[in-house]
Design a protein around this ligand. Structure first.
Ligand code: IMP
Length: 460
């Protein structure tokens, strides 16, 4: 070991996902040698806008645009070979080459056709993304059923692709017998995916590593690692509200299980929260604008596949924003801030920033510094009945939320924008959050572009 080992920081979302983690990582990536994923899979959807175009990363870590940065997919991830191959092709068109800088742990659990089909046929109640993540992790835990191997690690598939395909086929036949009316489609989809598998696998094979000490060795030699959490802490499989959660541990501690590194190298935990909150799928969302009405509306929209284009055709966002109904304000904010699932296109449920929830998450997960995204969007509330922008706080006596309203503001259009140029109302908001949560804010996101950020201190 060298005398100067490196370290790892963990960046996680503190709400229900989609906080803009990828954009924060994109700002920080240049300071790290490795960006690593430790949980989830193609259920994540990280959108990055670049000069060359927009890319939605699902399985690749967010450092793809930094040619010096290594990208690591840890053993805790659920790997969709088909989608990763497609993503590699898209990245090849927009990003520096991944040759020699993408590394995938050979023990990732492989998402099988049966997992995807089961999830799509039965995940609607939870509102899953339909990527087979839950069934894949369930099979990882169960390992075998009726003397059949139901979990296949990436190394099993690489070692004997023919056998793996036989196993995947048998798993589809057995596990999908519960859906007889879908039998024909299931058979067709499974065969199509298995047909494509050898070719897609061949393109992924060069990136797979069989060295359990890969990341450890790099850190021993001084590498700085940034673990990139997927799905966020409120969707943790145990600590989120079952069953409306994802199937993996999303909390920072899990970076040191699914990310293949010892916790002795942990340095800091960075939290990302969004100033106008959102949630996709079902489940509790205490500060949701429009409450149950909004939840029911978004669930129905997801079911009937109504999305961005339908809402744009049917609603006048400026008018809805001035409505006295919080439900309408939620729709208007969704439209004006473009809150639709990046993988699924579903309308996201919209809510006020919940400081009670955020403060608890920060304490529980030991967050050291906070980045708040989409602060520019708070200006939109000025035209609503709030006549300023609201945050939700814990009621001192009851189990409900109180609303605290900050004065309206207008943001200077100049970029880059320094902290000194922020309107007093946003600076008061910053101080308020820091007082409530006890952690320092190191930046605000103030727009979708790469330099639409205000930094309060440097993170290195
Ligand atoms: P699954 O992860 O596809 O099983 O979906 C379980 C729940 O987590 C659903 O409510 C999904 O909408 C939600 N979810 C999964 N991935 C993400 C994400 O990247 N952002 C936001 N929500 C997600």
């Amino acid at each position: 070991m060298t005398t100067n080992p490196g370290f790892a920081d963990v960046l996680i979302g503190l709400q229900y996902g989609d906080e803009g983690k990828a954009k924060v990582i994109d700002q920080l990536a240049g300071k790290y040698d490795v960006i690593a994923r430790f949980n989830g899979g193609a259920n994540a959807g990280h959108t990055i806008d670049t000069a060359a175009g927009r890319i939605v990363l699902q399985q690749l870590p967010s450092g793809v645009f930094y040619p010096q940065t290594k990208l690591y997919i840890g053993s805790g991830c659920a790997l969709n070979i088909w989608k990763l191959d497609t993503e590699l092709r898209e990245a090849a068109a927009l990003a520096p080459s991944l040759d020699g800088r993408l590394f995938i742990h050979s023990r990732c659990a492989v998402v099988q056709p049966a997992h995807i089909l089961i999830d799509q046929l039965s995940g609607a109640y939870i509102g899953t993304t339909g990527n087979g993540i839950g069934p894949c992790y369930a099979d990882r835990a169960q390992r075998m059923r009726n003397a059949r191997r139901v979990n296949l690690q990436l190394r099993d598939v690489l070692r004997d692709p023919e056998q793996a395909m036989r196993d995947m086929r048998a798993n589809a036949d057995n596990d999908l017998a519960l859906f007889p009316e879908e039998a024909e489609r299931i058979r067709r989809d499974t065969l199509r995916m298995l047909d494509e598998l050898p070719e897609r696998l061949a393109r992924i094979r060069p990136f797979v590593i069989d060295d359990p000490l890969f990341l450890t060795t790099l850190v021993e030699q001084g590498a700085k690692v940034l673990f990139e959490g997927a799905q966020s802490v409120m969707l943790d499989v145990v600590l989120g509200e079952q069953p409306f959660v994802t199937a993996s541990h999303t909390v920072p501690g899990n970076a040191y299980v699914g990310g293949d590194l010892a916790p002795r190298y942990h340095r800091k935990t960075i939290g990302v929260a969004k100033a106008v909150m959102s949630r996709v799928g079902q489940g509790p969302f205490p500060s949701e604008l429009g409450g149950e009405r909004s939840a029911a509306y978004c669930a129905a929209a997801a079911e009937t596949r109504r999305g961005r284009a339908d809402e744009a055709r049917e609603f006048d966002a400026a008018r809805l924003l001035r409505s006295s109904e919080h439900h309408d304000i939620g729709i208007a904010l969704r439209m004006l801030t473009d809150e639709y699932g990046s993988g699924t296109g579903r309308p996201r449920r919209i809510g006020m920033l919940d400081l009670a929830q955020l403060t608890a998450a920060i304490r529980l997960h030991g967050v050291d510094a906070l980045f708040m995204t989409k602060c520019d969007c708070l200006a939109l509330y000025a035209d609503s009945v709030f006549a300023g922008f609201p945050v939700a706080l814990a009621h001192p006596e009851h189990d409900t939320l109180l609303t605290h309203v900050f004065p309206p503001f207008e943001l200077d259009r100049q970029r880059p924008l320094s902290a000194a140029m922020l309107p007093p109302s946003l600076l008061a908001f910053k101080r308020f959050i820091e007082d409530e949560t006890g952690v320092a804010l190191f930046g605000f996101g103030i727009g979708p572009k790469r330099d639409d950020n205000v930094r309060f201190f440097d993170w290195s």
